[in-house]
Design a binder for this molecule. Sequence first.
Ligand SMILES: [Zn+2]
Ligand SMILES: [Zn+2]
Length: 138
Amino acid sequence: MRKLNFSKKRDAVLAVLRSTNTHPTAEWIYQRLKVDYPDFSLGTVYRNLALFKEQGLVVSVANVNGQERYDGITSCHAHFVCKKCGSVFDVDCMGDSRSFDDQIARLYNCEVDHHNLCFYGTCERCRTELFESKAQNV
Ligand SMILES: [Zn+2]
Ligand SMILES: [Zn+2]
Protein backbone atom coordinates (compact mmCIF):
# COMPACT_ATOMS: atom_id res chain seq x y z
CA MET A 1 0.00 0.00 0.00
CA ARG A 2 1.38 3.33 -1.04
CA LYS A 3 1.20 6.04 1.58
CA LEU A 4 0.90 9.59 0.42
CA ASN A 5 1.73 12.79 2.18
CA PHE A 6 -0.48 15.83 1.96
CA SER A 7 0.99 17.42 -1.14
CA LYS A 8 1.13 14.09 -2.99
CA LYS A 9 -2.57 13.65 -2.23
CA ARG A 10 -3.29 17.08 -3.64
CA ASP A 11 -1.40 16.22 -6.82
CA ALA A 12 -3.23 12.91 -7.14
CA VAL A 13 -6.67 14.55 -6.88
CA LEU A 14 -5.75 17.14 -9.47
CA ALA A 15 -4.22 14.55 -11.80
CA VAL A 16 -7.35 12.40 -11.75
CA LEU A 17 -9.57 15.40 -12.42
CA ARG A 18 -7.38 16.52 -15.29
CA SER A 19 -7.23 13.04 -16.79
CA THR A 20 -10.90 13.02 -17.72
CA ASN A 21 -13.32 15.21 -19.63
CA THR A 22 -16.40 13.78 -17.92
CA HIS A 23 -16.59 16.56 -15.30
CA PRO A 24 -16.71 14.05 -12.45
CA THR A 25 -18.15 14.21 -8.94
CA ALA A 26 -15.96 14.12 -5.82
CA GLU A 27 -17.25 10.58 -5.26
CA TRP A 28 -16.06 9.48 -8.72
CA ILE A 29 -12.58 10.92 -8.08
CA TYR A 30 -12.51 9.18 -4.72
CA GLN A 31 -13.44 5.79 -6.24
CA ARG A 32 -10.62 6.18 -8.78
CA LEU A 33 -8.01 7.09 -6.16
CA LYS A 34 -9.06 4.39 -3.71
CA VAL A 35 -7.90 1.68 -6.11
CA ASP A 36 -4.28 2.81 -5.91
CA TYR A 37 -4.34 4.54 -2.55
CA PRO A 38 -6.56 2.77 -0.01
CA ASP A 39 -5.85 5.34 2.69
CA PHE A 40 -7.56 8.09 0.73
CA SER A 41 -10.81 9.34 2.23
CA LEU A 42 -13.73 11.05 0.55
CA GLY A 43 -13.26 13.93 2.99
CA THR A 44 -9.72 14.45 1.70
CA VAL A 45 -11.04 14.66 -1.85
CA TYR A 46 -13.66 17.22 -0.83
CA ARG A 47 -11.14 19.27 1.14
CA ASN A 48 -8.71 19.35 -1.76
CA LEU A 49 -11.41 20.24 -4.27
CA ALA A 50 -12.54 23.13 -2.07
CA LEU A 51 -8.94 24.33 -1.85
CA PHE A 52 -8.41 24.04 -5.61
CA LYS A 53 -11.60 25.99 -6.20
CA GLU A 54 -10.31 28.78 -3.98
CA GLN A 55 -7.00 28.78 -5.82
CA GLY A 56 -8.73 28.81 -9.19
CA LEU A 57 -7.26 25.44 -10.23
CA VAL A 58 -10.64 23.79 -10.69
CA VAL A 59 -14.16 25.05 -11.21
CA SER A 60 -17.43 23.53 -10.22
CA VAL A 61 -19.52 23.40 -13.37
CA ALA A 62 -23.00 22.54 -12.21
CA ASN A 63 -24.97 20.66 -9.63
CA VAL A 64 -26.42 17.59 -11.31
CA ASN A 65 -28.89 15.48 -9.34
CA GLY A 66 -27.59 16.94 -6.09
CA GLN A 67 -23.94 16.32 -6.89
CA GLU A 68 -21.38 18.97 -7.66
CA ARG A 69 -19.49 18.39 -10.93
CA TYR A 70 -15.90 19.53 -11.26
CA ASP A 71 -13.75 20.61 -14.18
CA GLY A 72 -9.94 20.72 -14.27
CA ILE A 73 -10.06 23.02 -17.27
CA THR A 74 -10.61 26.51 -15.95
CA SER A 75 -10.51 28.50 -19.16
CA CYS A 76 -13.92 29.97 -19.87
CA HIS A 77 -16.06 27.44 -21.73
CA ALA A 78 -19.71 26.49 -21.84
CA HIS A 79 -21.24 23.15 -20.82
CA PHE A 80 -24.16 20.97 -21.70
CA VAL A 81 -25.82 18.94 -18.95
CA CYS A 82 -28.04 16.00 -19.83
CA LYS A 83 -30.89 15.82 -17.35
CA LYS A 84 -31.54 12.17 -18.17
CA CYS A 85 -28.14 10.49 -17.80
CA GLY A 86 -26.31 13.30 -15.99
CA SER A 87 -23.49 13.54 -18.51
CA VAL A 88 -21.72 16.88 -18.67
CA PHE A 89 -19.70 17.88 -21.69
CA ASP A 90 -17.95 20.94 -23.10
CA VAL A 91 -19.69 22.85 -25.83
CA ASP A 92 -18.18 25.39 -28.13
CA CYS A 93 -20.79 28.00 -28.86
CA MET A 94 -19.72 31.50 -28.09
CA GLY A 95 -16.95 32.22 -30.49
CA ASP A 96 -15.32 35.05 -28.62
CA SER A 97 -16.70 34.78 -25.11
CA ARG A 98 -14.63 37.77 -24.02
CA SER A 99 -16.84 40.11 -26.03
CA PHE A 100 -19.81 38.65 -24.14
CA ASP A 101 -18.14 39.67 -20.86
CA ASP A 102 -17.42 43.12 -22.27
CA GLN A 103 -21.04 43.58 -23.29
CA ILE A 104 -22.29 42.80 -19.79
CA ALA A 105 -19.60 44.99 -18.26
CA ARG A 106 -20.68 47.93 -20.42
CA LEU A 107 -24.41 47.39 -19.91
CA TYR A 108 -24.23 47.17 -16.13
CA ASN A 109 -21.12 49.19 -15.53
CA CYS A 110 -19.53 46.27 -13.71
CA GLU A 111 -16.35 44.29 -14.06
CA VAL A 112 -16.71 40.70 -15.29
CA ASP A 113 -14.06 38.17 -14.25
CA HIS A 114 -15.65 35.16 -15.84
CA HIS A 115 -19.04 33.70 -16.61
CA ASN A 116 -20.56 30.29 -16.25
CA LEU A 117 -22.77 29.21 -19.11
CA CYS A 118 -24.64 25.95 -18.88
CA PHE A 119 -27.19 24.40 -21.22
CA TYR A 120 -29.58 21.76 -19.90
CA GLY A 121 -31.50 19.17 -21.87
CA THR A 122 -31.28 15.66 -23.30
CA CYS A 123 -28.08 14.42 -24.91
CA GLU A 124 -27.86 12.70 -28.28
CA ARG A 125 -27.51 9.22 -26.81
CA CYS A 126 -30.53 9.65 -24.52
CA ARG A 127 -32.57 11.11 -27.37
CA THR A 128 -31.78 8.07 -29.50
CA GLU A 129 -32.77 5.74 -26.68
CA LEU A 130 -35.99 7.64 -26.14
CA PHE A 131 -36.75 7.48 -29.82
CA GLU A 132 -36.02 3.75 -30.00
CA SER A 133 -38.12 2.90 -26.94
CA LYS A 134 -41.01 4.88 -28.41
CA ALA A 135 -40.62 3.06 -31.73
CA GLN A 136 -40.72 -0.29 -29.92
CA ASN A 137 -43.96 0.58 -28.17
CA VAL A 138 -45.77 1.20 -31.43
ZN1 LIG B 1 -28.01 11.72 -21.67
ZN1 LIG C 1 -15.62 21.69 -19.11
